[in-house]
Structures are given as C-alpha cells and as structure tokens.
Write a protein that binds this ligand. Structure first.
Ligand SMILES: O=P(O)(O)OC[C@H]1O[C@H](OP(=O)(O)OP(=O)(O)O)[C@H](O)[C@@H]1O
Ligand SMILES: O=c1cc[nH]c(=O)[nH]1
Ligand SMILES: [Mg+2]
Length: 212
C-alpha cells in the first residue's frame, strides 16, 4: 500500500497532544478534527479536477474545479465519525457514505453492522476515514466493500497506523490491480497482545465518545 506519513511539525504537535492520557474528550475531538484537515490536504493531492475559467474583476483567469462525480467520503463508525467534519470542511462538495464496523476484541475480526452508501461507485474517488489502522482487518474489509461496489480509487486517512496493519493491507490487495493509498499522522512500533497500537493513543472511539 502506498503510504504517506505526513511529516509536519503541526501534525506531530497535535498527534502528541492526542496521545496524552490527560487529554479529555472535548479536546480529543477538537484535535482529531484539526488533524484530519491537515491530513486531508495531503490525501486529496490527486483529487480529480477539470479546467475552468473564471472572470476576476480585471480579466479572465484559468483555473480548475472539482470533477464529477463528487468524491465520496466514508467514515467508519464509530470512531471515524470524529474525522468527518474536518474532512468535509476541506471538501464541502463531497458526498458521504457510512460503514458501521466493529472489531471483536477477543478474535480481532471485524464485523460490518451498517452500510449506507451508493450502490454503484464506479468512477468515484473514495476517502475512507478511520483513526486507527491496527491489525488492518477493519480497513481491509472496508476497502473490499468499496471495490465490490465498483470503486477503483481508494485513499484511507488514519490518525495512527501499525506496521502489522499496513502489512495486512499489502497482503490482501497485492496483485488486485487497484491501488490503495494511506495517509497517516504517525506510524507506530507494533501491536500489543490485545491488538492495540503501541504506544498509540488507546481506544479512539472511547476517547471520542465514551467507554461502551
Ligand atoms: O485494524 P483493526 O484491528 O481492525 O482495528 C481498528 C478498528 O478498531 C477501532 O474500531 P472499534 O472496533 O473499536 O469500533 P468503534 O469505532 O465503534 O470504537 C478503530 O476505530 C478501527 O475501526
Ligand atoms: O490501538 C487501537 C487499536 C484498535 N482500535 C483502537 O481504537 N485503538
Ligand atoms: Mg473502539
């Protein structure tokens, strides 16, 4: 998987604050929101545009506008919802589809419990939002779901990733002929025995929305 770890002091500063066990839920939400906007700037570098001219008060200028169909942003519930506003602030004309997925904490297998997306995703650029790429089971299932509906261009935006998750994505999608990109604020060392990213930031969904 083509992976970009965004190397920027503001991203590193916000990620450090996000990791801090003392960061409360309102602050965690704000930091996740700010971080995704910075990551989205890099993740949308290849967003499709078409030429357009515009009349300034002085003359005609050549520019671009976003191509159609509009990009599709797909937050993975629940934790990915914490990244949606930051993403659509940068890409206000994007459409939004929803995938509800949960990882069984004993088997670490991902289960899909909700889907609300267009049936046909041919020709759509898709941006998957999920703060954590741990074993990669969740992201692999999400990307496969989008491919099955015809998407051929998928970029995942994650706040943190583990090497095991990236390796899993490489394994699942190698030779698929459909490239998957990852843009992340940090690539951590490893997973622990419970499948948590180390040093990580804990359970992103719980830190955003409370322990369930
Ligand atoms: O790479 P994986 O090993 O599959 O783990 C990552 C997934 O786990 C977390 O979701 P969780 O299952 O905790 O659901 P939640 O967002 O409702 O908290 C996280 O937001 C990812 O979706
Ligand atoms: O570290 C992890 C791994 C999976 N899900 C999380 O929220 N955090
Ligand atoms: Mg969770």
């Amino acid at each position: 998987m083509e992976t970009l770890v965004v190397d920027h002091p503001l991203v590193a500063h916000k990620l450090t604050a996000l990791r801090d066990v003392r960061t409360d839920s309102p602050t965690f939400r704000r930091l996740a929101d700010e971080l995704v906007t910075l990551l989205a700037y890099e993740a949308t570098r290849d967003v499709r545009v078409i030429d357009q001219t515009v009349d300034t008060p002085l003359a005609r200028a050549h520019g671009v506008r976003l191509a159609r169909p509009a990009p599709l942003v797909v937050p993975i519930l629940r934790a990915g919802l914490g990244m949606l506003d930051g993403m659509t602030r940068l890409l206000p004309t994007a459409e939004v589809g929803f995938l509800g997925m949960i990882r069984d904490e004993s088997t670490l297998k991902a289960q899909t419990y909700a889907t609300r997306l267009p049936e046909d995703l041919s020709g759509r650029q898709c941006y998957v939002l999920d703060p954590m790429l741990a074993t990669g089971g969740t992201l692999a299932a999400a990307v496969q779901f989008l491919f099955d509906r015809g998407a051929d261009d998928v970029t995942a935006i994650c706040l943190l990733a583990a090497p095991e998750g990236i390796a899993h994505m490489d394994e699942v999608f190698k030779g698929s002929g459909r490239p998957v990109r990852l843009v992340t604020a940090g690539l951590d060392e490893r997973l622990n025995e419970q499948g948590y990213i180390m040093p990580g930031l804990g359970d992103a969904g719980d830190r955003l929305y409370g322990v369930v």
